[in-house]
Write a protein that binds this ligand. Sequence first.
Ligand code: FE2
Length: 270
Amino acid sequence: MACLSPSQVRKFQEDGFLVLEGFLSVAECAAMKERIGEIMAKMDVPLHCRTEFSTQEEEQLRAQGSADYFLTSGDKIRFFFEKGVFDKAGNFLVPPEKSINKIGHALHAHDSVFRRVTHSPKVQQPRCGGEVFPHQDASFLYTEPLGRVLGMWIALEDATLDNGCLWFIPGSHTSGVSRRMVRNPACSAPGTSFLGSEPAWENSLFVPTPVRRGALVLIHGEVVHKSEQNLSEHSRQSYTFHLMEALGTVWSPENWLQPTAELPFPPLYT
Ligand code: FE2
């Protein structure tokens, strides 16, 4: 990928996000979608692990933080689901391929197609789509100093107003982190808790960012963003991962995601 132009850098610094259309080719998007289809076809999730993914505080604490399935997913390929896709017994109410919110968190390590695209960045969160409540990525991927985490969000299909494109509050990356999700001491329940709280962001502040398939959206770690629930007939798959500037940066030991002996954060430059 060519370097950003000075005006693109300025735009990113002002807004906290930047759209780069045509980052991946149509063929590259198709290959990743095909691979996701293959992975989902082999999906076998034990009943007790059928966890619905959410970024709303209470639901997170209940559904994710307390679940080993989530906390130990950093170096594995695991599945997280949309709301309302299971009955009380954990059986699918919709076709399984339409139930996924996110596949995380180590496709980059275990799958050759995704490894090739991502060139081994440091922290990754592959995602299939779905509603995401307003948040800052640094709430979950906290560093000292701040400003060292960059989200890479790649549209594998056109992302529109109807199927859940990203929305941003431009310029919201300059006012620190409102809340943090931190690990609680081992063996305590729930497994995570929040420090601080997410402000009730005014809806009118958000600007939609529809993009064509293959587009890359750069996301500053502190910019407030969200995506709406996809109620359309069209899926909106994306591939998301995060990079961290490691030099002079402390990765918070309280973050839910920690490098493991099996899968340390891979360096981008070696
Ligand atoms: Fe995010």
